[in-house]
Design a protein around this ligand. Structure first.
Ligand SMILES: Cc1ncc(COP(=O)(O)O)c(C=O)c1O
Length: 409
């Protein structure tokens, strides 16, 4: 029997996943390193200001201090440093409107990707169905399967700006449904789900006695005029929601690999008990350095203001290209651009790599509803002009393609 045959059937099919050599498949794979080596532009990494140095001075200073003090070479508990959890609890109270016990309701993760997987782990049994809105973050479609669960996609539609339609959830619920998985705000559409939508969805979740795993990785980058509503704060939801957060996006500290989960005591007991098995402790130096970041989060406001400028610029520029359209993003630092009139989105992704020397993400990786779309990270580079130049280059290449196809409006 070959090694592969000894694997679980799902793992036999994965073939390198995002890291496979197949061009165009990756947002982190070989196509990236190849284009980077050739001096191209990456607008495919959901990493704010990449690759430039952007770190709050106090975080930098604390990082160095902790290393010099000689404590960075030791573990923290696998559930996280107690002082960090204290300051995070204050943020949760302020931003998420939930009062948590820092030492009972929070666990620090080495990044929210593992946090997301961990959040589902206590609940998914073989064959359990997980409702995942489509389009959404690609891990949402694989994580439940890694746990032997079944993903059931729930479509959302561009025509109403990807509103969560409870009737679509109702159509797909079965006795095997265990969980609703939500990216809120949503990557890649940038939707900030309204209180009304989330309330309706929460009523559905309660009615069918489901668990909600809510990924709020982008909660800090929400633009004025949109209310960030935390699912766990809605009536009846604290009892059944696991919320996953990250310092990667809003704080632009992706390389620090710190995320956290908050949930009620019963759920946390299961997580605290298995933390060492599933995730281990996050890096000590970064946990300590994150304390001043959470003590004063005012730097996030500056980042949001910068991304606000860029999203408006992108909105204007992409919508001016014949055959191309996008909504004004409500959160995040990327655009979700409809290029379906110009052809297949995989082909256009490859065309832009060649013509504009810029890598963007093919919308197909975000679900069936992503077909015909590109995700374009304009949050790259600290230098605003470089980012705007990247947008201009993409627009010029798309306009050229539109002209070749005879599309004029
Ligand atoms: C929606 C969403 N959730 C979670 C993550 C994982 O972030 P991290 O592991 O850096 O915290 C990402 C990263 O792109 C994301 O887009």
């Amino acid at each position: 029997m070959s090694i592969k045959d000894k694997m679980r059937p799902l793992f036999r099919t994965l073939d390198g996943g995002l890291f496979s050599e197949k061009a165009g498949k990756a947002d982190v794979g070989d196509a990236v390193s190849k284009l980077q080596a050739e001096g191209g532009t990456l607008m495919c990494w959901a990493d704010p200001f990449y690759p430039d140095r952007v770190i709050p001075q106090k975080v930098l200073e604390r990082s160095v201090e902790v290393i010099q003090q000689g404590i960075a070479c030791h573990y923290t508990p696998p559930i996280g440093n107690a002082d960090l959890k204290e300051v995070i609890a204050k943020k949760i109270e302020r931003d998420n409107h939930i009062k948590v016990d820092p030492q009972r309701n929070i666990i620090i993760n080495p990044g929210s990707d593992v946090g997301l997987y961990f959040a589902m782990t206590p609940f998914i049994e073989p064959g359990d169905e997980v409702l995942v809105h489509d389009p959404s973050y690609p891990s949402n479609f694989l994580d439940p399967q890694l746990l032997n669960g079944v993903v059931v996609k729930v479509p959302t539609y561009e025509e109403d700006n990807y509103r969560l339609r409870v009737e679509e959830y109702e159509k797909r619920v079965t006795p095997k449904t265990k969980m609703v998985l939500l990216s809120s705000p949503n990557n890649p559409t940038g939707r900030v789900f309204t209180r009304e939508e989330l309330t309706e969805l929460s009523e559905f979740i309660i009615k069918h006695d489901l668990i909600c795993v809510c990924d709020q990785a982008f909660e800090d980058t929400v633009f004025p005029g949109h209310e960030m509503v935390t699912m766990a704060s809605l009536p009846g939801m604290w009892e059944r929601t696991v919320t996953v957060c990250s310092c990667s996006k809003g704080m632009a500290l992706s390389g620090y690999r710190v995320g956290y989960i908050f949930a009620n005591d019963v759920i946390m007991d299961a997580m605290y008990a298995t933390a060492v098995n599933i995730q281990g402790a996050a890096n000590t130096m970064v946990q300590m350095a994150m304390i001043p970041a959470y003590e004063d989060t005012s730097f996030i406001k500056e980042y949001v203001a910068e991304q606000d400028f860029r999203r408006r610029y992108a909105y204007e520029k992409f919508n001016a290209v014949p055959g191309v359209s996008m909504a004004l993003m409500e959160s995040g630092f990327y655009g979700w651009v409809n290029v379906s009139r110009l052809g297949d989105s995989s082909e256009i992704t490859a065309y832009l790599a060649e013509e504009a020397k810029t890598l963007v993400n093919d919308g197909k990786f975000y679900g069936d509803q992503g077909d015909g779309h590109l995700r374009i990270i304009y949050g790259v580079f600290a230098d605003r002009q470089k980012s705007l130049d990247g947008i201009d280059r993409l627009c010029a290449a798309l306009a050229k393609r539109a002209a070749q196809l005879g599309i004029t409006e």
